[in-house]
Write a protein of this length. Structure first.
Length: 111
């Protein structure tokens, strides 16, 4: 029974961390940090204090679900950020190919 209650408490902590991280990222869509930073800065900013191990599990769950993007840095560290940020940047219409060359030529003529 004690083991069951410990597992339930841990699951509850992870669920709380997931909800808090989602809330933070919705308010700060360009935020990116590692598990330590999320536990130390993001969550206390919205009144949530959880151990970094619980936060790490929540971040992994969110990255597996596609809500967050997990980037591995050259030094082996991991940073989590909103997956929505990537989707939004892909929707920005930027000229490319011939259109970009044509736009550059037009600017050259007017300058």
């Amino acid at each position: 029974m004690l083991e069951d209650s410990r597992v339930a408490a841990e699951r509850s902590g992870i669920d709380l961390a997931v909800a808090a991280i989602e809330r933070y990222v919705a308010a700060h869509p360009t935020a990116a940090d590692n598990a330590q930073g999320v536990a130390q800065w993001w969550l206390p900013a919205i009144g949530v204090d959880l151990p970094v191990e619980v936060v790490h599990r929540a971040l992994e769950a969110l990255s597996q679900s596609g809500a967050l993007k997990r980037d591995v840095l050259p030094d082996g560290g991991t940073v989590y950020r909103s997956a929505q940020r990537d989707a939004a940047s892909e929707r920005i219409d930027e000229p490319d190919g011939e259109d970009a060359v044509g736009a550059d030529r037009q600017r050259d003529k007017t300058e």
